[in-house]
Design a protein around this ligand. Structure first.
Ligand SMILES: CC(=O)N[C@H]1[C@@H](OP(=O)(O)OP(=O)(O)OC[C@H]2O[C@@H](n3ccc(=O)[nH]c3=O)[C@H](O)[C@@H]2O)O[C@H](CO)[C@@H](O)[C@@H]1O
Ligand SMILES: C=C(OP(=O)(O)O)C(=O)O
Length: 431
């Protein structure tokens, strides 16, 4: 089994490049099958979630030409199957976007209930409510969501909870519907805007993405396009915290600083210096870290996908901090792992009460989900001694070559499975 072995306490220094956004790319890839013409998508991150979704798209009969690890051409004209089984997509959440896209285009779809990170109860009632409002019949049977419609007709849909997935899925189903769909209380995350921009570049008529009311005027068909995915807000935030947690000086490049505001604001409160450029942010952490309180919220609030990474940083701040998770009810499972590294954190309800410690101490730990894995990498970067992280399949869902990128700015991380190699790495540390 592969592990990430980290020798900590190395201040990171230099420039680090951010890849395309996983959660935008997943929506965009599913949207591409709505067209019968070539859709060329660039700046895809080379991560497992993307590769799993591409394989599932290929299984529908769509043409998927991988030009390179970051560029693909998809053509949906040859689709001959509207059914996606569990085996194809059990590891990912965003497989449910194929339901919206296939239903929108062919008026029928069958997709296995999604997987994804186990961070709480993740119902899909709002997706189903949206499809039904458009005129579809939706049943969940034998682990499959089965949707069909004679025709889809635009209507007003109010989301009872702000949901990224339901917003994108209903958009996908409504693009080719008759008339106008108005989606109220929509999510506003940058990836929602990116999927809408991609669809508009194919001839869709979507207005208001990025606000809480999105209007979709149905169109007859969608044409070819060439599109570049936006940078990954969460990968960028993870690297910003990596700079802060190691007392480093790092320029995080190829990002949209506006998307980073909630994260930058909290780092500034903690005494970290942030300098914004056009497409980059420099993060300098020379002062002791100050405690603060953070609450996760839908965009433009502090992203839940940065909660574990930020908690790792707060563990090293002077004083007591409170992290409140308001999106998912079970996103603190990794705290036990951080505690193995010396963290002093108590979870009470949906809050973690964090008493600052001097330093983490390296230990063997398990990634419990994607961002939990990232938090352990960050803790390992700052820890005394060696940290060894298991269950890398979670981290690989959403981070491309995380160890290579961090090593290029001064980290000391190896991905190893051979016990002798691991021992050698550890001995080198002691010398
Ligand atoms: C692939 C992808 O993009 N995943 C992201 C997406 O997940 P995902 O799209 O699953 O998250 P949602 O925004 O839908 O979930 C937000 C909240 O709404 C609830 N809910 C959601 C749908 C529904 O039908 N009913 C319902 O009650 C969820 O349980 C949760 O409490 O947004 C989350 C919130 O920013 C991120 O953490 C995930 O990384
Ligand atoms: C929770 C995440 O992904 P998913 O919704 O795909 O599980 C994430 O990207 O942090």
């Amino acid at each position: 089994m592969e592990k990430l072995i980290i020798r900590g306490r190395k201040p990171l220094q230099g420039e680090i490049l951010v890849n395309g956004a996983k959660n935008a790319a997943l929506g965009v890839l599913a949207a591409a099958i709505l067209s019968d013409e070539d859709c060329c998508i660039e700046n895809l991150p080379n991560v497992n979630d993307i590769n799993v979704l591409l394989q599932a798209i290929e299984k529908t009969g769509a043409r998927v030409d991988k030009v390179n690890n970051h560029k693909v051409v998809i053509n949906g004209s040859s689709i001959n199957a509207c059914s996606i089984d569990y085996e194809s997509i059990k590891k990912i959440r965003a497989s449910y976007y194929l339901l919206g896209a296939l239903l929108g285009k062919y008026k029928k779809a069958e997709v296995a209930l999604p997987g994804g990170c186990n961070i709480g109860n993740r119902p899909i009632d709002q997706h189903i409510k949206g499809f039904e409002a458009l005129g579809a019949t939706v049943k969940v049977e034998h682990g499959m969501i089965v949707a069909s419609a004679e025709e889809l007709i635009g209507t007003n849909i109010y989301l009872d909870v702000v949901s990224v997935g339901a917003t994108i899925n209903i958009m996908l189903a409504a693009i080719l519907a008759k008339g106008t769909t108005t989606l109220e209380n929509a999510a506003k995350e940058p990836h929602i805007v990116d999927v809408a921009n991609f669809l508009n570049s194919m001839g869709a008529d979507i207005k208001g993405a990025g606000t809480d009311i999105i209007k979709i005027n149905g169109v007859e068909s969608l044409h070819s396009t060439e599109y570049m995915i936006i940078p990954d807000q969460i990968e960028a935030g993870t690297f910003m915290v990596a700079a802060a947690i190691t007392g480093g000086d790092v320029v995080v490049k190829n990002i949209i600083p506006k998307h980073m505001e909630a994260i930058s604001a909290k780092l500034i409160e903690m005494g970290v210096t942030i300098k914004e450029g056009d497409e980059e942010i420099r993060v300098m952490a020379k002062e002791p870290l100050k405690s603060t309180h953070v609450k996760t919220l839908p965009y433009p609030g502090f992203p839940t996908d940065m909660q574990p990474q930020m908690t790792a940083l707060l563990c090293l701040a002077n004083g007591t901090s409170i992290m409140t998770e308001s999106i998912f009810e079970n996103r603190f499972k990794y705290i036990d792992e951080l505690s193995r590294m010396g963290a002093n954190v108590k979870v009470e309800g949906n809050s973690a009460i964090i008493d600052g410690i001097e330093s983490f101490s390296g230990a063997e730990v398990n990634a419990t989900d994607l961002r939990a894995g990232a938090a352990l990498v960050l803790a390992g970067l700052a820890a005394d001694g060696i940290t060894s992280i298991n269950n890398l399949e979670y981290i690989d869902r959403g981070y491309e070559s995380i160890e290579n990128k961090l090593n290029a700015i001064g980290a000391d991380i190896a991905r190893l499975s051979d016990e002798k190699e691991i021992k050698k790495f550890k001995l080198r540390t002691c010398s």
